[in-house]
Design a protein around this ligand. Structure first.
Ligand code: A2P
Length: 317
């Protein structure tokens, strides 16, 4: 298994299992199946609404000796409604209780966007807190406290731009150790990756397969679908592997973690095997040409202009 190494020498399996859109009714079975296949890294988030079922699966697998806690890498994410200093630790404690764990391996700020506590998705800008009311630095300070207490061994961010990462680094203390972002051949994020790697920040690719099971509100007409790209399909055919395996081997080759979601045993196995697939320099070069800077998750659902949130200043581009 390819590993990413942290500054204290902790090792995270680069290929993990995504759980966004894994329904509570099926996710428990999928986690048990994944652990049986050999997955040791599970990517979770409070907002996915399934941490309780994932916790049941983890508890079962640890209890029956399938896996030891210390051999698992469990990531979760702080939701936007818990950015105020006093809300951060209770949010992590809820996640730990749901997951039946006493620590996380990695805890991420899910978005650089803040809501009033208790609002999962505010209906209008009233429910938002501006970055003056809930500064990212305040949340980051509280995240560092969690790390000091050992509740989260590593801390990081998700959906942060270079500019926002620079702000957190300038704030001092622990730097973000991970930035999880959307990443696939249509959104290659080379500048962000270069910045992260120069600053010892690991990167995780979400939506590596294009997240075609995402809710309709996140879909745009005519958008490109990575799994159906002709270049990806041609590379797959030439290597007698699947298009999904090409899409997963590609970030691993760039020393990026990747977290494909599946609840299907055959596809869980297929995705896991991407770990052993090598791509040639030629194949990497061909995929590099597919970039369109096209976001699936474009952040437009977090626009609240009177609180300072626009698509432009979300991504700082
Ligand atoms: P399923 O869960 O039924 O396997 P992403 O990881 O980019 O969010 O994409 C997840 C979507 O891709 C889900 O619809 C998932 O369906 C599907 N998927 C996962 N693995 C594969 C695969 N190997 N081939 C095709 N589709 C896949």
């Amino acid at each position: 298994m390819k590993m990413l190494t942290y500054s204290n020498n902790d090792q995270m399996p680069a290929l993990g299992l995504g759980t966004w859109k894994s329904d509570p009714g099926v996710v428990k079975k999928a986690i048990i199946e994944a652990i049986a296949i050999g997955y040791r890294h599970i990517d979770c988030a409070a907002i996915y609404g399934n941490e309780n079922e994932i916790g049941e699966a983890l508890q079962e697998c640890i209890k029956n000796g399938m896996v030891k806690r210390e051999d698992l890498w469990i990531t979760s994410k702080l939701w936007n409604d818990a950015h105020k200093r006093e809300d951060v630790q209770p949010a992590l404690e809820k996640t730990l209780a749901d997951l039946r764990l006493d620590y996380l391996d990695l805890y991420l700020m899910h978005w650089p966007v803040a809501f009033k506590n208790g609002l999962s998705f505010p209906e209008n800008s009233e429910g938002y807190l501006s970055l003056k009311e809930a500064p990212l630095a305040e949340t980051w300070q509280a995240m560092q406290e969690l790390q000091k207490q050992g509740l989260a061994k590593h801390i990081g961010t998700s959906n942060f731009s270079i500019h926002k990462l620079e702000q957190l680094i300038a704030f001092g203390g622990q730097k973000p150790e991970m930035n999880q972002v959307e990443l696939h051949p249509y959104l290659q994020q080379q500048a962000l990756i270069d910045f992260c790697h120069q600053n010892d920040i690991h990167v995780t690719a979400y939506s590596p397969l294009g997240s075609m099971d995402r809710p309709e509100v996140f879909k745009k007409e005519g958008e490109p679908i990575p799994l159906e790209n002709e270049t990806i399909k041609a590379i797959a055919t030439a290597k007698s592997i699947s298009p999904a395996q090409v899409l997963l081997a590609w970030p691993l080759h760039r020393k990026i973690s990747v977290i494909p979601k599946s609840t299907n045993p055959k596809r869980l196995q297929e995705n896991f095997e991407a770990n052993g697939i090598a791509l040639s320099d030629d194949e990497m070069g061909t995929i590099a040409k597919l970039d369109q800077h096209e976001r699936i998750i474009d952040g437009s659902f977090f626009v609240a202009e009177d609180k300072g949130y626009t698509v432009q200043n979300l991504w700082d581009e």
